[in-house]
Every structure is written in C-alpha cells, then in structure tokens.
Design a binder for this molecule. Sequence first.
Ligand code: PLP
Length: 384
Amino acid sequence: MKAKKIIGLEKKYVMQTYTRFNLTVDHGIGCYVYDKDNKKYLDFLGGIATCSVGHGNKDVAKAISEQAKKLLNITNLYYTEPQVILAEKLSKLSGLQKCFFCNSGTEANEAAIKLAKKVTKKKKFIAFEHSFHGRTTASLALTWKEKYKEPFKPLSPDVVFVKYNDINALEKAITDDIAAVIIEPIQGEAGVIVPDKGYLKKVEQLCHKNNILLIIDEVQSGNGKTGKFFAYLHEDIKPDIVTIAKGLANGVPIGVCISNLDFDKSQHASTFGGNNLSCAAANATIDYILKNKLMENAVKVGNYFMEKLNGLKKKCKIIKKVKGKGLMIGVELNENKAKEIVEKCLEKGLIINNATDNVLRFLPPLIISKKEVDKAIGILKGVL
Ligand SMILES: Cc1ncc(COP(=O)(O)O)c(C=O)c1O
C-alpha cells in the first residue's frame, strides 16, 4: 500500500489521539528504518526506547518465530516455561523476588499502585513535578501534566506532587497517610532530567525512615539504557517495587511490576500478562543484551555521543545543555525550536524526538556504534 493511502486510512479509521510526523515506516534493520519508498533513516529514538537490540534482530526474531509456532498464550490458569524463566532473570537483575506480568508501562504502574495500597492499607501517593507514569487512570493521576488529566477528572489515587531533585521538598510533603513515593530515576518525558548523584539514595532513606514504600518507575530508563539494567542500580538502592516495560521485549508489548511484596489470590490479573510470546521475546532480548555486552556499549557510545554533542554546543548557540546517562540523552535548547529541529532532521534521514518544546531526546537502540553517532552528529550539525 502507498504511504498516501495509509495516511488517508489512518485519518478515517484510527482515533485521532496522535500527532504523527509525515513518515510511513515500512521495515527496519539494526539501527536503521526504511519508509514506503525505501528511503533510509538512522533511528536515534528506537520506537521511544522500545527497540533495545535493533530492528529485525535475528535472535529475537528466531525466539518469536519458534514460540509463535509452539504456543502464543494459554493464560495464567496454567504454568508456562518462558514466564518463569523471565521472572527468574528479572529477579536476579533487580534483586527483588517476584514479578507480576502485564502488557505496558502504565499497566505495570497500575499494578504497583494497587500493590502499595494493598500492603500499606493507605491511599495517598507522592509523585514528582513533571513526572510521567502513563495514561490509564491511576497512573495518569500520578502524572504531572495538567493537560493530560483535566478532561478525565476526578482521578484517583490522591497525590501530592513534589519538586524533583529536592530532598527537602520531599521531606516536607511526608505525612502519615502516604502509601508510597513513585519516582523515575531519570525523568524521560520531562526532558531527560538526571537528578544529582546521591539524591535517589536520600529518597530511599527518607521512605524507609517513614515507613513509606518506594516505587521506582524504570519503564523508560530500564533495560540497560543507562549502562545498568535498572538505572537505580547506579546508586545501590533497594526499592520496594520496580516497574519496567518499553524495550524489555524489543518491541513486543510487555510490562512487569517487580517486588518482594505480593498480592493475595485474585487481587490482580491480566489475560495476556506473561504470555509465551512476550516472555520468549523478552528472554531473547535480555540474553542478547548480556551476551553482547550492550550495557557496556551504552556507556561507551553514550559518553562518546555526549562528548560530540558538547562539541556541537561550542559551535551552536542554540544548545544550552547536554544531559543524560548512557544512551538516554537530552539536549536542552535556548529556544522552543525542538519540534522544528526534529522535523528538519527527519527530512535529512535522522529520527530523533522532542521530549518538550526545548529538549531534543535521543534513545537509540543499545547496538549503535561510534560510526552511527558520527553520522547523527553530522546531520544534527547541518540542521542546527
Ligand atoms: C517513565 C514512564 N512510565 C510509564 C510510561 C507509560 O508506558 P506505556 O506507554 O507503555 O503505558 C512511560 C511511557 O513513556 C514512561 O516513560
């Protein structure tokens, strides 16, 4: 089907919740994708952090295809092997014992919110200014942006928003009725905001001191992107609950809530949660990351990329600040021109994203090399 026809059908038959760029993607190989006319694009967004080990990854494709021929989903009425293999892997990687499987980041956070309410018997949460935790109603309640929430109010649970990266602000907000604090170790949608070193540890200590659960939302920062499988591992933290999704199965939908705490029977469930296909894809993705030392690559190539971006900053006045960790990188601009720059980069064959009006965001697959960074920098330099 031609791109023009696809766009026409989308306008007619798909609910118009998304503002799409003028690109119809057909297929991808490694860190490149191709449009309907076979024009090649360097993908420095990786499906907003969902593509961890590259498009068309052969190991993941093999695992998916073998699993698809064997069994896709039989539901959680029965035991299945890929699910327990994945649960054990995630337990070892996170240091937390048990997984609840679902299908997206927002669902993983819904599970975390329910678990925190169940265990503490309290109903109120602390979240952070500029946070993003998803679009289903409880996760949305804990999300900062008023525009997303306003038409759907009243939302539950009750929440107090506190300034991010300000431990005194958090301390002041603590009251007896708080079930949990939910925090992103790096705020992604807010424009790649990396807190000061030691801040997360202090958040953990405050939570423990006050008997409040700590939920770490690793939906965007997880899966090795920052150089550790979970970003909180950079600070020797033991959260009570961790949520993960996005790149865990390299693009196959999955979400997981991980904790030492547990639900009682039938308190939570998901028809597709932990299905054989998603779990087989996630197992192959994790194995590929570990086998190919992609977390080490994320640090090495991420540092190189940030160096090059800082080099650009010296030449381009529009760049205010380069920030990030590993391959979760943001460029803050002095002007609200992020969307315009993203569109110009796209025209020149580079996919990036505007997290906010003045922040460019880069979340490339963990397989990228310095060669691709040089190419992306060349395009960005021309555009800026
Ligand atoms: C930190 C964080 N939490 C939750 C979500 C929601 O994930 P999903 O879109 O899979 O529901 C996102 C999505 O961008 C996210 O960045």
